[in-house]
Design a protein around this ligand. Sequence first.
Ligand SMILES: *Cc1c(COP(=O)(O)O)cnc(C)c1O
Length: 458
Amino acid sequence: MSEEKKIPYKIYLDETEIPKAWYNVRADMKNKPAPLLNPATMKPMTAEELSEVFCKELVEQELDNENAYIEIPQEIRDFYKMYRPAPLVRAYCLEEKLQTPAKIYYKFEGNNTSGSHKLNSAIAQAYYAKNQGLKGVTTETGAGQWGTALSMACSYLDLDCKVYMVKVSYEQKPFRREVMRVYGASVTPSPSMETEIGKKINAEHPGTTGSLGCAISEAVEVAVKNPGYRYVLGSVLNQVLLHQSVIGLETKAALDKYNVTPDIIIGCAGGGSNLGGLISPFMGEKLRGEKDYRFIAVEPASCPSFTRGKFAYDFADTGMVCPLAKMYTLGSDFIPSANHAGGLRYHGMSPVLSQLYDDGLIEAVTAKQTDVFEAAETFARVEGILPAPESSHAIKVAIDEALKCKETGEEKTIVFGLSGTGYFDMVAYEKFHDGQMDDYIPTDEELAKYAAKLPKID
Ligand SMILES: *Cc1c(COP(=O)(O)O)cnc(C)c1O
């Protein structure tokens, strides 16, 4: 026990220990993720076709299934120094509260103004856009974290940033919107009347409050129509998981310092980027047969892509202009019930994680909304940090696993990703406190209706 206490409450690395290369887990996967398909031809997207939408260097990263390490340019590492390395915290107070023999650690990614891990990929994507001599980038944002992260990265590099924000969030989250404007981004509620697809959606669904899939279609249209602009996406894509591997590489470096080997690694999964980034280097060891770990993805019961979706090619957006991806999906026009899992409401899942899940290398579980907020409060009261509702899905399952250890007496080591802070989610916390939060779970019939509309490919 006394030896045990030698592990500090926070394991900090110093800035020279920020990774010098991202780790590309695809290099070690036997079954590679399926290629993106061109929606017009249903053939794999070539680098040339992808370059019309994405920056050149990012296209190379997107298609690279071979190189295990990709160097992080010095300029990006310099930006990372502003808020990284992120601390790995030993949750002594939570362990005490739960009276569990389990050892719990969390990697905290909320230590920057945008409040989440998304900045790790935003700066990389903005950097390559700048390097290519572009004027600016377009994107969508739902809850607002990605738009905020991208605005910060773009202002740092003096790039124009156009954000299409799902209308309901635009109206309900004015503070997020203003943070983006502080960093110089233009923020347009989606669907707008500025794009063809926006006009079409507004005509077909008057008064609609928008969706992520719809905002993506608008952002892509604007990027393709404006010379000097490209579209960037905050999750799901292979390149985003690659950038997020800094989370896992730092976590592993910190644990290695104290010879700690995790048994279970847990993360919330929306599009899969924070989970994918956290587990990548550990998954690499598992794939190479060096070590074994349990990986658990936690998704909201209201948007259960892994646990109740189909592994199939699907559209990434409502307008069906983006490439198709083979992934666990609920169908591109699935719209989850109004809930507060914010960034976990996307219909699909990263193709890399989808393949790993299909190969039985990752487990997935769902968590109900009120259980998630209960776990969030248990955590906040002892560890101090106000967690994002998304991250709290991971907290919930980490607590569950720690309580199982209490029953069995096993001293397992649990690591989870605390992907961000919840300061902009106080309306959700308010609903929880006032007993006005519900736990809607879609029925099998509802899900079957959307699944029946998946594109038929082969
Ligand atoms: C966006 C977001 C997520 C979900 O996205 P992933 O790509 O699945 O990581 C999770 N947590 C926070 C705090 C977010 O902002």
